[in-house]
Design a protein around this ligand. Structure first.
Ligand code: 2AM
Ligand code: CA
Ligand code: CA
Ligand code: CA
Length: 268
């Protein structure tokens, strides 16, 4: 394993310990509301602090972009940036619904190089290094061999914030319920993307994501032989927050169903 990835895995496992311990006493959890429908707990913050401590110790000059603490002072000058979601799926976590993960990615000059997504409830560790493939624990993973949208199981996330996009989203949803084998909404985008990478899902789409929701999962899919784009079929997903992904064949068909539902504010 690349030494940088080893550090990222160490950071993710530390956060996993924090989260697993807290999951045993959810009754004493303090939930704060950042904005309507957007929750944060002391566990998100403690997990993020644990991750940043490990990364800073190893790479003090690297920049950091993390959900709960924002962008570090080093980010402006460093060619390296860590993109961190310390607890992806906070709503699930709060409810004891076991579908959440830690997501850590490293970008060099904006290009994703390393990725870790760790599911602490199942002890599943997804990793990827640019040009070196993707892994689940010690096993090499590939996207599924499914070729037809009709046979495909597709993951998604519902809009919860930018409700101006909801009609465009619901149009896509309505169409896809009739053109796929099924749609799943597990609730943690980083894990959903990792599930595409290992073939549990054949495709995925969501609108309004943040960079930390998708950075690690995107590299995971690419290194597993899948395709990722924004709604225009281009690569601006980190900027627009809209992402479409899948096996090479399913991806194209998914994009074709989605595209007619785009609006002026959701072109890409
Ligand atoms: P979070 O738990 O790290 O905030 C995509 O659905 C992403 O949106 C999730 O991975 C989740 O990341 C984020 N999100 C924030 N608030 C949400 C909510 N109320 N319902 C669903 N997802 C939410
Ligand atoms: Ca959040
Ligand atoms: Ca998230
Ligand atoms: Ca989070």
């Amino acid at each position: 394993m690349h030494p940088t990835l080893t550090i990222a895995v160490k950071a993710a496992r530390r956060a996993g310990t924090v989260i697993n311990r807290a999951s045993m006493q959810l009754d004493i959890l303090t939930v704060q509301t950042k904005s309507p429908n957007d929750f944060v707990t002391e566990v998100d913050q403690a997990a993020e602090a644990a991750i940043i401590e490990v990364l800073r110790d190893a790479y003090p000059e690297h920049g950091i972009l993390a959900e709960e603490s924002g962008e570090s002072a080093e980010s402006a000058n460093s060619e390296y940036q860590w993109i961190i979601d310390p607890l992806d799926g906070t709503t699930n976590f709060i409810h004891g619904f076991p579908q959440y993960a830690i997501s850590i990615a490293l970008a060099k000059n904006g290009v994703l190089e390393q990725a870790v997504v760790y599911d602490p409830t199942r002890n599943e560790l997804f990793t990827a290094t640019k040009g070196r493939g993707a892994f689940l624990n010690d096993r090499r993973i590939r996207v599924s061999k499914r070729t037809r949208l009709n046979d495909a199981l597709i993951g998604t996330g519902f809009p919860y914030r930018e409700f101006d996009n909801i009609d465009a989203y619901l149009g896509m949803f309505k169409d896809l319920t009739q053109k796929t084998a099924g749609i799943r909404r597990p609730g943690a985008a980083a894990l959903d993307l990792s599930y595409v990478a290992c073939g549990r899902l054949d495709g995925f789409w969501e609108m309004g994501l943040q960079p930390w929701d998708m950075a690690a999962g995107v590299l995971m899919i690419q290194e597993a032989g899948g395709l990722v784009s924004d709604l225009a079929g281009e690569a601006a997903y980190m900027e627009t927050g809209n992402v479409v992904a899948g096996t090479p064949k399913v991806f194209g068909q998914l994009l074709q169903v989605i595209q007619p539902h785009r609006t002026a504010s959701t072109r890409a």
